[in-house]
Write a protein that binds this ligand. Structure first.
Ligand code: NDP
Ligand code: 2IT
Length: 446
């Protein structure tokens, strides 16, 4: 790491020592960008890194709501508006018991570079709450969403900050949030993405993250004259992103043999196909969050408390959550001769795991490049809303394909420029950083 980046990182560790996840995401980017900092000293003289690591603003707020027994419950909400030099703040909302400000800052920092890689006009932000949707009724989820929006609505707007879904936030939650915003502001505007198709949503937004992950994988494979046909694939998670990945891998002739949840993983050697794919949606909406149900229903093996990274495969797609693939998991994958690792979840691999994989003989696609299809499609939704129009499914799919190819090519070219051909982790960080940092310099101290 360059001395400049290291100094900024040490400053950050001293200032926010408790924000472990946030510091992890900054370290990951800073490790890559040394050659860029060395090639252009203006980044340092303009103190670009110091400016980048401090969000434009972070908002934390109380969210009181009533459960079905009439008891008062209190959660904490956050929205971190990180950087808007490229466009309105844009990024998802996460509802999960593990949410802290550090996790939201970590995801928000990633989002800046991910959004920059899309080439579209979107800045970086992220939000969420420690509200746990597991086991909650629809009514409780609505009560919570309405109370959350009561405060959030003061800070967002169609050209200011446009939240969307993430873990625990899908079409149902976006509906409740949007309804409350519309009522409070008397305004029907594209202030959230991931909306229902009948009220301003875009075709393919639910599928877009997973499809985009597979389109990126396809480009990586194509680059070395390979393709998806016949590939054995392991997937973790069972939510929105995993579902999109499974659908697209099946379409391209691959076979997905695992899914996972917080309770363990299932191994389905015949492949997750047909009604099993639809069942994933039911599981996600059941609020149960246990993939054991899948094993019971389809009579496949369930491994309680374990992760799927010991199962031999050609391609691994971690699509559940951060730090779900540790050094030992990475070693197991390599021992079993995995050829590609493509990240669907944000920061799914620990720093130690990443370092090992970067030096192993595999092709590794990082989240900020691979899973950008979701936010790209969100930006398409904003464009459609601004014009009061709907594009067709084919139009959206073609544009998604183009964006993913564009991201792939940028990462590959940046890796080649610095003699690290095919190192997509490096290429993504460098290409994303340069787009943001150059726009910051163009716009001066602001
Ligand atoms: P979903 O809520 O649809 O699904 C995620 C599911 O994974 C949750 O139900 C969660 O269960 C489960 N899960 C949590 N921890 C683990 C674990 N350790 N092992 C296995 N499963 C676990 O979320 P998404 O599919 O939307 O998000 C998945 C990942 O993809 C996240 O990292 C997210 O940030 C990322 N992502 C999402 C995008 C989107 O558009 N939705 C876009 C880009 C990235 P439980 O709640 O019980 O823990
Ligand atoms: O991590 C992500 O990119 C998302 N959760 C999607 C963000 C968005 O605004 O669509």
């Amino acid at each position: 790491m360059s001395a400049y980046a290291n100094n900024v990182l040490e400053m950050l560790k001293g200032k926010y020592p408790w924000e472990k996840e946030y510091i992890q995401s900054v370290s990951e980017v800073f490790k890559s960008i040394t050659p860029v900092l060395d090639s252009n000293r203006e980044y340092q003289s303009n103190r670009i890194l110091e400016q980048l690591v401090e969000p434009d603003r972070s908002i934390s707020f109380r969210v009181p709501w009533k459960d079905d027994q009439g008891r008062v419950q209190v959660n904490t909400g956050h929205r971190v508006q990180f950087n808007n030099v490229l466009g309105p703040y844009k990024g998802g909302l996460r509802f999960h018991s593990s949410v802290t400000l550090s996790i939201i800052k970590c995801l928000g920092f990633e989002q800046i570079f991910k959004n920059a890689l899309t080439g579209l006009r979107i800045g970086g932000g992220k939000g969420g709450s420690d509200f746990n949707p597991r086991g909650k009724s629809d009514n409780e989820i609505m009560n919570f969403c309405q109370s959350f929006m009561l405060e959030l609505s003061r800070h967002i707007g169609a050209t200011i900050d446009v939240p969307a879904g993430d873990i625990g936030v899908g079409g149902r939650e976006i509906g409740y949030l949007f309804g409350m915003y519309r009522r409070m502001n008397k305004s029907f505007e594209g202030v959230l993405t991931g909306k229902g198709i009948a009220w301003g949503g875009s075709y393919l937004r639910p599928e877009a993250t997973g499809y985009g992950v597979v389109y990126f994988a396809e480009e990586m494979l194509k680059n070395i004259d390979d393709n998806m046909d016949g590939k054995v694939v392991t997937v973790s998670g069972f939510g929105n992103v995993s579902w999109g990945v499974v659908k697209k891998v099946n379409e391209l002739g691959g076979k997905v043999i695992t899914l996972s949840g917080p309770d363990g993983f299932i191994h389905d050697p015949d492949g997750v196909t047909g009604e099993k794919v639809d069942y994933m949606l039911k599981l996600r909406l059941s609020g149960n969050d246990v993939v054991k149900d899948y094993a019971d229903r389809f009579k496949v093996k369930f491994y309680p408390g374990e992760r799927p990274w010991d199962i031999p495969c050609d391609i691994a797609f971690p699509c559940a959550t951060q730090n779900e693939l540790e050094l030992d998991d990475a070693k197991n994958l390599v021992k079993n001769k995995v050829k590609y690792l493509v990240e669907g979840a944000n920061l799914p691999v620990t720093l130690e795991g990443m370092e090992f994989l970067e030096n192993a003989d595999i092709i590794y696609g990082p989240a900020k490049a691979c899973n950008a299809g979701g936010v790209a499609c969100s930006c398409f939704e904003m464009a459609q809303n601004a014009n009061f129009m709907n594009w067709t499914e084919d139009e959206v799919d073609n544009k998604l394909h183009q964006v993913m190819k564009h991201i792939h090519d940028q990462c590959y070219e940046a890796s080649a420029e610095f003699n690290k051909k095919g190192n997509y982790v490096f290429g993504a960080n460098v290409a994303g950083f340069r787009r943001v940092a150059d726009a910051m310099m163009d716009q001066g101290l602001s």
